[in-house]
Design a protein around this ligand. Structure first.
Ligand code: GLA
Length: 392
């Protein structure tokens, strides 16, 4: 039994709820993690590099096939909310149950891929905080796809295909034009490692975390809201900049080309492009620094990444900038801190020696309050494995 599933604290509650609601036992369990991105923000849809790790927080799904093509959903964390639709009919958006659109979207992808998804009873539970920028939605999409793959034995679906299907569900059905990072790391994460992912080729190189290094995630308690429109707008600006330079994606533009080619491009789009081109180079450099245990170098790259997200890409908020400043001060040259994820609230990631974690937490408790008065939430995370499925 994959230990990450059998050890999940969510498992007993999920099994009990499944049996109580569906009056049967599940046949399949699937688990998919959230993620924290160490560096490489808004580079994925520009065909660049990202450096995320899978985290322990995850979505767990229990499933049982049905022969009548009905799909019935139960969401434990949403007060037992339910949804149902048919797996053999046109799947449309639900305005009544927006959470269910992530499931509807991936089942529709199974249909579009010609895989004739079966009906199923599905119960869902998760402990990835929602609205925190830790990819709760990607973990839901991937867990559901892994569950269906196991239910129907779909051997043709490899890890990259699953990630692509989950991404398309979010792009085409949910309406967020996200890149591939969140879904890919949720499928392919490796325990104890970050992955340097080339978002053009989907090649991924595991980068071990040096012993004694802590990955700290700090939630600002500013919930990300209404971000899809701002996200999609950034993506359009990047695409406009790529068109201006006559390339497929900003991955293909060098910093000298960018600096020489501002004329004729909207100045805002040029600044968005400067973030992306610089961030792609920083991400490759950070993977080298991490592998070499070069914490001062890593800290400088993270600081430059944060400044670029704040000043050129304009996706940070004051509370996040304040968190980063507090952490940078206490960490000094022993590591670094930056916002992680899509932006507009959510979390900061810090890399620092384990023996500095207590001092960093104390500094946050003393000096940080969210606009609503809350203290920051702090987790020290261990990079965990990617998605798994097994017989229940
Ligand atoms: C969100 C998206 C990802 C990526 C990040 C920013 O998490 O889902 O594809 O673009 O934002 O790096």
């Amino acid at each position: 039994m994959p230990t990450a599933i059998s050890n999940s604290p969510l498992l007993p509650g999920l099994l009990a709820a499944f049996q109580a609601h569906f009056r049967a036992v599940p046949t399949t369990l699937a688990r998919a993690p959230g993620r924290v991105n160490l560096i490489g923000e808004h580079t994925d849809y520009n065909d660049g590099f990202v450096l995320p790790c899978a985290i322990e927080a995850h979505t767990l799904v229990a499933a049982r096939p049905r022969s009548d093509h009905q799909v019935r959903l139960l969401a434990l964390d949403l007060d037992g909310a339910t949804d149902s639709f048919r797996s053999d009919a046109t799947i449309v958006h639900s305005s009544r149950a927006p959470w269910a659109n992530y499931v509807r979207g991936v089942v529709r992808e199974l249909q579009l891929t010609g895989l004739a998804p079966c009906g199923a009873d599905i119960a869902i539970s998760g402990n990835v905080p929602r609205g925190a920028g830790l990819s709760s939605s990607a973990s839901l999409e991937v867990a559901v796809l892994r569950a269906w793959q196991h239910l129907q034995g779909l051997p043709g679906l490899d890890a990259n295909a699953i990630a692509r299907m989950a991404q398309r569900a979010e792009n085409d059905f949910v309406g967020c034009h996200c890149g591939i990072m969140d879904q890919l790391i949720s499928v392919r994460g490796e325990a104890g490692h970050a992955l340097l992912i080339d978002c053009r080729s989907l090649q991924a190189r595991p980068v071990p975390l040096p012993p004694g290094l802590a990955v700290m995630i700090v939630h600002s308690q500013v919930r990300r809201g209404l971000v899809d429109s701002a996200y999609n707008e950034r993506r359009q600006q990047c695409e406009a900049a790529a068109r201006h330079f006559g390339v497929a994606a900003l991955r293909d533009v060098s910093m000298p080309q960018l600096l020489a080619g501002a004329a004729g491009l909207d100045p805002l789009a040029w600044r968005r492009a400067r973030h992306v081109v610089g961030e792609i180079a920083r991400t490759e450099a950070a993977a080298r620094a991490l592998a070499a245990g070069d914490l001062p170098g890593l800290g400088r790259l993270m600081a430059a990444s944060h400044a670029s997200m704040r000043d050129d890409f304009a996706i940070t908020v004051p509370a996040i900038d304040q968190l980063v400043a507090i952490l940078q001060q206490v960490i000094g040259s022993e590591g670094g801190a930056r916002m992680t994820g899509g932006g507009f609230g959510g979390c900061v990631v810090a890399l620092l020696p384990q023996h500095r974690v207590a001092a960093a937490s104390a500094a946050l408790a003393a000096h940080y309050r969210a606009p609503g008065g809350e203290a920051a939430l702090v987790w020290v995370c261990t990079p965990g494995p990617g998605a798994q499925a097994m017989a229940a």
